[in-house]
Design a binder for this molecule. Structure first.
Ligand code: ASP
Length: 424
């Protein structure tokens, strides 16, 4: 058979250089075929003129059927809306290729975790079907609108989301949802929901429990340890994915978690958080943001002309992720100066992630701060980035931006860092 008629999922035999390979086609790319062998290993074989290919059989692709799942309404329980935005938690693995795609509907997700109804009446809907690396500020606005719409009806919201950029979304929501008077809980999974070892169900249960509590903040709930024991409740703008694959990857940064939540319903609060009764005014969505904001990570050898690129492109804000207390090499200073003189607001965070930037210790940082760079205390880079977008969406006056950037708008600053918060 001709290589062009090979499809993913076909079982084939390849004869090449007196060798025989038999297995399932995982990928065909130009003249390379990747086969999953019966041993489970994948092998890439280059198809050339002498290669013979024989098709054994073709696998029928099973489609996910929509799950019919009826929830009984209980008057004694609060209503929680589960909104699905994609990511691994809403994904299934395609066993033909080993690839994971975000295709689960919200009701499929809920149906796979029937325990949720012990804690709340559940309403669910899919709002996006994206891996979170594909999300843009436009998606944050859509998510903000959908969450705000549900907040009118429900006691709390659970938003399922991919892990990779989750803390950008949670941070942005913490600025967009003004006078938030209910819990908005973002959750995730590191393994797709259709796998036995998935962390999705405990994260969903703990998030639903959190969504019924007296919390008036955007929070992130997920595994606290690598076992299925409890989840952490973390503030949405002080949390970060700190491990590429472990289930307890979301850690609080520069603070303690708000609390712990167990899947049996127990909750223990460990830190201060905003309660519903503290919010006196109506909640509203304020999604005016300036999208022309960039992050520049400083590293030894960084080409200082990167600043010119953003100046020439008409950017309005730049977050420098400096080293240590907030430093960059001196050769950047003239470029930073040019950026500020052209009206760009430049702010500083640290790539150490933990700790606070401080322009008063070393002379280089003093100089940077004299140029007009705003040192953002203990803010995470993603929080600085989303906050700068939000603030610049409201004013571009340098004095007002500086004031707002240094003001605690959604619990994003921690004035008292403690050594025990490090690597909590
Ligand atoms: N790349 C995926 C995402 O962020 C990973 C995940 O969902 O955990 O959407």
């Amino acid at each position: 058979m001709d290589k062009n008629s090979i499809k993913t999922g076909d079982f084939i035999v390849i004869l090449k250089d007196k060798e025989k390979w038999e297995g399932k086609v995982v990928q065909v790319f130009e003249n390379m075929v990747t086969l999953k062998l019966n041993s489970g290993y994948n092998v890439g074989i280059k198809i050339d003129e002498g290669t013979k290919i024989k098709k054994l059989w073709e696998e029928k692709v099973k489609k996910h059927r929509p799950v019919k799942f009826e929830l009984k309404f209980s008057k004694s329980k609060p209503l929680v809306s589960v909104l699905a935005a994609g990511g691994t938690i809403a994904s299934s693995i395609d066993y033909r290729t080993g690839a994971i795609s975000a295709s689960y509907s919200a009701s499929q997700l809920i149906a796979s975790v029937p325990e949720l109804v012990n804690f709340a009446n559940i309403k669910s809907r899919k709002i996006l079907e994206e891996m979170s690396e594909n999300l843009t500020p436009k998606h944050w606005k859509k998510i903000g609108r959908e969450v705000f719409r549900e907040l009118k009806e429900s006691e709390g919201i659970v938003l399922t989301h991919g892990t990779d950029t989750l803390s950008y979304t949670s941070s942005m929501l913490s600025f967009m949802l003004r006078n938030l008077n209910k819990p908005v809980v973002l959750t995730f999974a590191q393994k797709s929901s259709d796998r036995g070892s998935s962390d999705a169900s405990m994260n969903l249960i703990c998030s639903t429990i959190t969504a019924t509590k007296n919390i008036a903040e955007v929070v992130v709930v997920g595994h606290g340890t690598i076992s299925d024991d409890y989840c952490l409740i973390n503030r949405g703008n002080k949390v970060r994915k700190m491990h590429s694959s472990q289930r307890n990857s979301f850690r609080p940064i520069n603070c303690f978690p708000i609390g712990k939540v167990w899947p049996d319903g127990k909750v223990e609060f460990l830190n201060k958080y905003r309660k519903k009764e503290e919010v006196k005014e109506d909640c509203y969505l304020d999604d005016k943001i300036e999208e022309k904001v960039a992050i520049i990570k400083f590293y030894p050898g960084l080409d200082s002309e990167i600043f010119d690129f953003y100046v020439d492109k008409g950017y309005k804000g730049i977050v420098i992720e400096g080293t240590g207390l907030g430093h960059t090499a001196e050769d950047l200073f003239p470029k930073i100066k040019r950026a500020i003189e052209s009206g760009i607001i430049v702010v500083m965070t640290t790539q150490t992630i933990y700790g606070r930037v401080n322009p008063y210790v070393y002379s280089s940082a003093r100089e940077i701060s004299k140029l007009g760079v705003i040192y953002l205390e203990d803010l995470l880079t993603e929080t600085a980035y989303t906050k700068l977008m939000w603030v610049l969406g409201h004013t571009q006056n340098e004095k007002e931006v500086r004031e707002l950037m240094l003001k605690n708008l959604a619990g994003e600053f921690n004035k008292r860092l403690q050594p025990t918060q490090f690597l909590y």
